[in-house]
Ligand binder design. Structure first.
Ligand code: PDD
Length: 295
């Protein structure tokens, strides 16, 4: 099990890696990032992740330090040096090490900093996946897309941290965050789905979410009818009451694929066990991903 960090091309053990105090990502959250994983040793859906990294950087008018092929080579080199069975790869690009602790871009350097963190892939605890997560609809609201748009995967996660802190304070495993209009958005680091009448529904991008790669893949998987031609997934605007009337709820992310939520605000959802659609989707989807789906 090895944790390595590649800082602008130099690989060190994670415990020895240092970011300069004038780095704008450290000072202001002036950065973008991606979390990629390997599956059977290869980067999974990496093209989609790099597309999103480019979009995030473009939205904050930051240039990426390397062309895509070289960025990928640098990731591969770090993964290889770490030698873990499966890897978690965090690609962080900050607007570089400035010349003063001042937000003004006059103090920003020419070059961004590129930090690649490689760790053994952390999988969610099996018992939690089996019994399902508890969730709370928190009072903290998702950033309005006209402020810091949640579609930008930036290094500023305070909105999500505050949502998660509130849920944890109240004894829940995770948070469900609404937007300022009371519409359902997502969880702190995953997208949200509910099942109603056999269909899996997830909020559309306009409500203010990160458009998850896993979410996109599950929408494609559902469009194809899922593994047995029966499973349907689509976007739909969701209100808080839809959550309370849902047959099942689950989350999606790169690190979890599909993870069931079985309690909402202290009450069981359906039977209080992961529901049949979640289980069927989860098995079919993971098998599809393992066979190279979404690459
Ligand atoms: N989080 N929504 C938010 C706010 C996220 O941070 C993430 C991912 C997702 C799911 O996106 P994807 O399917 O592309 O992983 C949704 C990553 C895993 C993280 O920050 O650790």
């Amino acid at each position: 099990m090895t944790e390595l960090v590649n800082f602008n091309g130099e690989i060190t053990p994670e415990a020895e890696a240092r970011v300069p105090v004038l780095d704008r990502g450290f000072l202001f959250g002036d950065s973008v990032y991606e979390v990629v994983r390997t599956r059977k040793g290869g980067f999974h859906s990496v093209g989609r992740h790099l597309d999103r990294l480019e979009r995030s950087a473009g939205r904050i008018r930051m240039k990426l330090p390397l062309p895509r092929v070289e960025l990928l080579e640098r990731c591969a080199e770090t993964v290889q040096a770490a030698g873990n069975a499966e890897s978690y790869v965090r690609i962080i690009v900050t607007r570089g090490t400035g010349t003063a602790p001042n937000i003004d871009l006059a103090y920003a350097p020419e070059e961004p900093n590129l930090i690649i963190m490689v760790r053994p892939l952390p999988l969610p605890p099996a018992d939690l996946l089996e019994k399902g997560f508890s969730a709370e609809v928190v009072s903290v609201r998702r950033n309005d897309p006209r402020a810091l748009d949640p579609a930008i995967k930036s290094g500023n996660y305070l909105n999500n941290i505050m949502g998660l802190m509130e849920a944890r304070r109240d004894g829940a495993d995770t948070a469900i965050i609404l937007n300022t209009l009371g519409q359902v958005t997502e969880a702190p680091t995953s997208n949200l789905w509910l099942v109603k009448n056999g269909e899996a529904l997830t909020p559309p991008p306009e409500v203010g979410i990160l458009e998850g790669i896993t979410r996109g893949l599950l929408l494609e998987f559902g469009e194809e009818g899922g593994a047995d031609g029966k499973l349907s997934t689509r976007e739909q605007l969701l209100e808080e009451k839809d959550l309370r009337e849902a047959d099942e709820i689950f989350m999606t992310s790169t690190l979890m694929d599909i993870a069931p939520i079985t309690r909402l605000d202290g009450h069981p959802i359906g039977t209080g066990r992961p529901g049949p659609v979640t289980l069927e989707l989860s098995q079919g989807f993971s098998a599809w991903l393992d066979q190279g789906g979404g690459d």
